[in-house]
Design a protein around this ligand. Structure first.
Ligand code: AHR
Length: 309
């Protein structure tokens, strides 16, 4: 642990107490979406000096190589704990082995990794993305009954856990139904990416019934593209998204989206607890699944005034 003593609860430093700050290196995916901004804020709010942490935070701008070099820097600095939200699922074995070799515990937040390294991380905190895709697909199946309905899919970042899992969950849920995914491309979880890909879908297909967007931001980009093409989002073309950030919930309340499956970004408090327990040598849960809700248009109208992010 680093040597700076934390101020005790009152914060006037009078008592001392001998506790030391826990140094944490956190490598974030980027700032690609409203969800990500809320997630970053939650982590920074939880890992404060007042709470006993010394946080080094880095933004990888959606690039795995940036995350790997940030993690190597944290290893070189000898932080107490490394936490990161991996941009993509694979390609982490070498750096995870290095962290393990240095005796630095790793905590994953938000996204999973696929690794052959044994005991590569102490805990993985985040949503069940397969379930999010499945809930989106189940809702879609309930809405459509009859002839073949055409779905286009705006995928998240290629190779990322949420893109892989949400696609899988949705595909499984609509299998054997009246819905068919006729096109699926990545919009990289950004509003601009969603808009561009949707423009391409609208040029290539004149019979789209439904958009399944892997996050709110891409769905909001799709809204822009649909409106620019002279159609009404939410009516001419229905839209399902995942996240439930304020802008997405506002679009749902306004009738431009039709359904949102929430992905809770407020992972900071769980991360803080896992780190504290790990440093104290206590057992932690290997998998902490965040609880998510789902909203239709009426639900969004009710929830919007109290939405934190
Ligand atoms: O990994 C979580 C996903 O990443 C969110 O759904 C998306 O908005 C973000 O960019």
């Amino acid at each position: 642990c680093s040597s700076e003593p934390p101020s005790s609860d009152g914060g006037d430093g009078a008592e001392g107490g001998g506790d030391e700050l826990i140094s944490v290196g956190f490598s974030q995916v980027g700032a690609e979406s409203g969800w990500r901004s809320a997630n970053t804020m939650s982590i920074k709010d939880a890992l404060t000096e007042e709470n006993g942490f010394e946080l080094s935070f880095s933004d990888a701008q959606q690039k795995q190589e940036n995350q790997i070099s940030a993690i190597r820097n944290y290893i070189a600095q000898g932080v107490d704990v490394i936490a990161f939200s991996p941009v993509v699922e694979t390609g982490w074995d070498a750096v995870l082995e290095e962290a393990k070799g240095a005796g630095i515990p790793v905590v994953l937040t938000d996204r999973a990794v696929e690794t052959t390294v044994e005991d590569a991380y102490v805990s993985f905190i985040g949503s069940d993305f397969v379930e999010e895709g499945a809930r989106s697909g189940e809702w879609a199946v309930e809405q459509y009954d009859g002839e073949g309905y055409k779905v286009v899919e705006l995928q998240g970042t290629t190779g990322s856990a949420p893109a892989i899992d949400r696609q899988q969950g949705f595909a499984d849920a609509i299998e054997g139904s009246d819905l068919e995914v006729i096109d699926s491309q990545t919009g990289d979880f950004t509003r601009d990416g969603g808009k561009k890909v949707m423009e391409g879908f609208l040029t290539a297909h004149d019979d789209i019934d439904l958009v399944f967007a892997h996050n709110d931001d891409m769905g909001l980009g799709a809204v822009e593209a649909i409106e620019a093409a002279g159609m009404t989002p939410g009516e001419d073309i229905k839209i399902i998204t995942i996240d439930g950030v304020k802008d997405g919930m506002a679009a749902l309340a306004e009738g431009k989206f039709n359904y949102i499956v929430e992905c809770n970004p407020l992972l900071g408090p769980d991360l803080a607890e896992v780190i504290q327990k790990t440093v104290a040598g206590e057992d932690v849960e290997e998998r902490i699944v965040t609880q998510d809700e789902a909203f239709d248009q009426e639900g969004a109208k009710e929830a919007l005034p109290d939405r934190q992010y």
